[in-house]
Design a protein around this ligand. Structure first.
Ligand code: ATP
Ligand code: MG
Length: 499
């Protein structure tokens, strides 16, 4: 890719970027939120058209106007939100859109897909329904789908964000094997550790511009961080042991259903003390969402009790949780803010009462509140900007500011750094530690084990809606946590019981 420029209105997402991919290499694409990584790869895959620049494939100028063109040139892409059809089988998903509408014989298709999976060394059951697969398995189906279409270039946009450590190992082994056979991979990531482990070369983007391309063997995490952020990063970690405090949040035998009425939380008992960070580790979809929602009144529990400083909030409404000092950082940034409202309005949103006098909103108070929080939380925005124009990291800071400026005694933080870049991630983690220092009880729900190990006093693992273990963070190790997250220990316990 030569001199690629892409503008979205006034935003220059890619500014004369050069990028090259060699046969058989794993090339990491690194950069903070909004640096232009996804845009550059969407251009290569034909989802966006570049305003300027050239794409050259094997020496020939290429015209890529659609994914169909890209696939024709041997370029495949796996996005973070998989495009699979859950009620169909693996085999049907793999051939979907690739059979030119002929009626196909399901048994033959299944055999062909199974044979392809074996050829590429991907462990997949072709006849299984996608709806029954884990996230790691679905990702393998997406990869197989691209390889089945003869991809020689595979673009993976933050592929490890959704995986447990063991699945990351499997993915890396798969990629190494495929690359030894000549496949080229573009690997988008924020995680320096992974980039160091898997890539041959690294290209860093900052503010849409190319910072440089280096050989991974010739670089170090500190240099990559500098390329990405323009400064060294230090990492954020909990300091020292805490002195035990009073239990602030008590959850007793809590049960809850999901929107379809399926039991998603079973018999969850946890207690968090003042000045403590308790983490719930688990693979997404194991009841974390229901847990967070139940703890702020958005979802009604089916069984059990929720106590905050001894006050029973089991059937309370969201505003009663807020009044009792429970602050929740919304999991979905975009649902937590109203895009069409200004930054100032969003910052006042959940406590408009304080900015109202005689039924009239006090605009000046809303603006000065915003100016103070923007300065305190280092949000890169003006009070009058519409929230939808903010980058992911700045939007997250806005939501943090809204919740944390209230000095809550309980902080519920589901996936607070998901998809954030290094700078914003450090910021959010520091804020959570500051809440702990202040004496708040913090419930951190995360899929990122590094984050959990760095911040937590205690770690609970959730699997299929149950807490399958709780341990002090200093006694925890990644391997065991990973196995527990995958349900191995509970299965193990069952087997033992059966014996
Ligand atoms: N469809 C779009 N319309 C308007 N602006 C866009 C669009 N897609 C991307 N942008 C803007 O282009 C810039 C680059 O975005 P891009 O998604 O490529 O970043 P990224 O490096 O992938 O970030 P992240 O790590 O958060 O995924 C951002 O400022 C973003 O807001
Ligand atoms: Mg992106």
């Amino acid at each position: 890719m030569r001199g690629i420029t892409k503008r979205f209105g006034p935003v220059v997402a890619n500014d004369r970027v050069d990028f090259s991919l060699r046969p058989g290499e794993i090339h990491a694409l690194l950069g903070e939120n909004g640096a232009g990584k996804t845009t550059l790869m969407r251009i290569l895959y034909g989802l966006y058209r570049a305003d300027e620049g050239q794409i050259i494939v094997e020496g020939q100028p290429a015209r890529i106007a659609s994914p169909k063109d890209a696939i024709g040139l041997g370029i495949g892409m796996v996005t973070q939100h998989f495009a699979l059809v859950p009620p169909l089988t693996v085999a049907e998903n793999v051939v979907l859109g690739y059979t030119d509408g002929f009626r196909v014989d399901p048994a033959r298709v299944r055999a062909q897909v199974q044979e392809a999976a074996a050829r590429f060394g991907l462990e997949i059951a072709a006849g299984a329904l996608v709806s029954h697969l884990s996230v790691g398995e679905r990702q393998r189906v997406e990869i197989l789908k691209a390889l089945y279409r003869n991809a020689r270039v595979l673009i993976l946009d933050e592929p490890t964000a959704v995986l447990i450590p063991q699945e990351v190992d499997t993915l890396f082994a798969t990629l190494r094997r495929l690359c030894a056979d000549g496949l080229s991979v573009v690997f988008i990531s924020h995680k320096l550790k992974e980039v160091m482990a898997i890539s041959d070369r690294v290209t860093a983007l900052r503010d849409g511009k190319l910072v440089g391309t280096v050989d991974t063997a010739q670089t170090a995490p500190a240099q990559l961080a500098r390329m990405m952020v323009g400064r060294e990063t230090f990492g954020v970690a909990r300091q020292g042991e805490r002195t035990p405090g009073e239990p602030v949040l008590q959850i007793e035998r809590l049960g809850a259903d999901d929107d379809r009425g399926l039991s998603m939380l079973k018999n969850v008992t946890l207690s968090i003390e003042a000045g403590e960070i308790l983490s719930v580790a688990g693979v997404g979809g194991n009841g974390q969402r229901e847990l967070a929602e139940t703890l702020c009144g958005v979802r009604r529990p089916r069984a059990g009790r929720i106590l905050v400083n001894g006050q029973d909030l089991t059937a309370a409404r969201p505003h009663e949780f807020t009044a009792a000092g429970v602050g929740r950082i919304p999991e979905d940034r975009h649902a937590g803010a109203v895009g069409e409202l200004t930054v100032a309005e969003n910052l006042a949103l959940e406590h408009l009462g304080e900015f109202t006098r005689g039924g009239v909103l006090n605009r000046e108070a809303i603006l000065s509140n915003a100016a103070a929080l923007i300065a305190q939380f280092q949000i890169k925005a003006r009070p009058t900007d519409r929230a939808r124009t903010l980058s992911g990291g700045n939007l997250q800071k806005l939501l943090l500011a809204r919740v944390l400026s209230r000095q809550p005694c309980v902080v519920i933080a589901p996936q607070p750094t998901r998809g954030l870049d290094i700078g914003a991630t450090e910021y959010v983690r520091n804020e959570l530690l500051a809440q702990r220092e202040r004496g708040a009880a913090v419930l951190l729900i995360s899929e990122d084990l590094d984050e959990i190990l760095a911040l937590s006093d205690r770690i609970a693992v959730i699997y299929e809606g149950e807490i399958v273990g709780v341990a002090p963070a200093r006694e925890a190790d990644v391997e065991t946590l990973g196995l527990m997250m995958a349900g191995a220990t509970r299965e193990g316990a069952r087997v033992r019981e059966a014996v």
